[in-house]
Design a protein around this ligand. Structure first.
Ligand SMILES: NC(=O)c1ccc[n+]([C@@H]2O[C@H](COP(=O)([O-])OP(=O)(O)OC[C@H]3O[C@@H](n4cnc5c(N)ncnc54)[C@H](O)[C@@H]3O)[C@@H](O)[C@H]2O)c1
Length: 279
């Protein structure tokens, strides 16, 4: 028996990176998973892959900034799998890199819409479903270490992720009496397309391009340390375990928080950062 046997779980940002790894791992733990994203081709392909392997998965197009799409996606999960037991609100965007005084309003609005409002819209639909089912349930959202410590160049991202932590604490206390557990995961640097995009942008114009090694995640930490700007970045983001996290390592935390193994845990921000914030 897997730790999520017969649970129905809703995952946003499921087409890539951490969300994809979490969805696959949840299926291996016995869950039926509703995959929500805006990258339809990748999301559908993932659902088909799971189904071919004998797992249960449904893909739904869902822009988390749109309340009607979020409500329809949660309703589709319930329609297909009969109920909702857990949710992983993980969709996110990094946005443009600029310090606070240079952050564009458009970037601010977009990042807050996806990374904070999107989590709230999902959480609201999920809580309403749990209350209607009279069942309790788990909600896990992906924040970031950027929601806990300063993240130079990412004011909107940091504000949104800090907001996710406080939103989750508030809702956890509000709905604890209904046995709805609401927690957050704060990853450090994790090897995903988002991390690669971010690091590449931060290095633009400053490093010597090497067509054979387009970014440091493909050349490893040794490659990174040869690129001065990216090396500086890594020093700032230094994770004592000495490497970026793997998406599967964040997925493992999400699975624990979605499962009954964490039945007495609510209102918490679980940091999974290779020791970054301890150093
Ligand atoms: N990778 C890291 O180093 C890192 C560190 C800390 C936190 N995080 C957070 O982890 C989460 C997952 O990021 P990732 O690294 O896997 O990135 P990713 O880019 O690989 O995946 C993010 C997914 O979110 C989806 N998405 C974006 N906007 C959406 C929207 N409006 N509606 C629905 N889906 C949308 C994308 O299509 C994509 O599939 C994000 O919330 C991110 O902020 C990542």
């Amino acid at each position: 028996m897997g730790s999520l046997e017969s649970k129905s779980i809703f995952v946003t940002g499921a087409a890539s990176g951490i969300g994809k790894a979490a969805a696959l791992a949840m299926v291996r733990e016995g869950a039926a998973v509703t995959l929500a994203d805006i990258q339809d081709a990748d999301g559908k392909a993932l659902a088909e892959h799971v189904q071919k392997e004998g797992g249960r998965a449904l893909y739904v197009h869902c822009d988390v900034t749109q309340s009607d799409q979020v409500e329809a996606a949660v309703a589709a999960a319930v329609d297909r799998f009969g109920r909702l037991d857990a949710a992983f609100n993980n969709a996110g965007l990094e946005g443009k890199i600029a310090p606070t005084a240079e952050c564009e309003e458009e970037n601010w609005d977009k990042i807050l819409a996806v990374n904070l409002k999107g989590v709230w819209l999902c959480m609201r639909a999920e809580i309403r479903q749990y209350l209607a089912q009279k069942s309790g349930g788990a909600i896990v959202s992906t924040a970031s270490v950027a929601g806990m410590v300063a993240e130079r160049g990412f004011p909107a991202y940091a504000a949104a992720k800090g907001g996710v932590i406080q939103l989750s604490r508030t809702a956890a206390v509000e709905y604890a009496s209904h046995n709805i557990r609401i927690n957050v995961i704060c990853p450090g640097l994790v090897d995903t397309p988002m991390a690669a995009r971010t690091l590449r942008r931060m290095s633009i114009g400053a490093m010597v391009p090497d067509p054979a090694r387009p970014h440091w995640l493909e050349s490893g930490i040794d490659g990174l340390m040869r690129w001065e700007p990216a090396g500086k970045l890594f020093s700032r983001l230094m994770q004592p375990l000495g490497r970026p996290g793997r998406p599967e390592e964040i997925a493992a935390a999400a699975i624990w928080l979605c499962s009954d193994a964490s039945s007495f845990v609510t209102g918490q921000a679980l940091v999974v950062d290779g020791g970054m914030t301890a150093a």
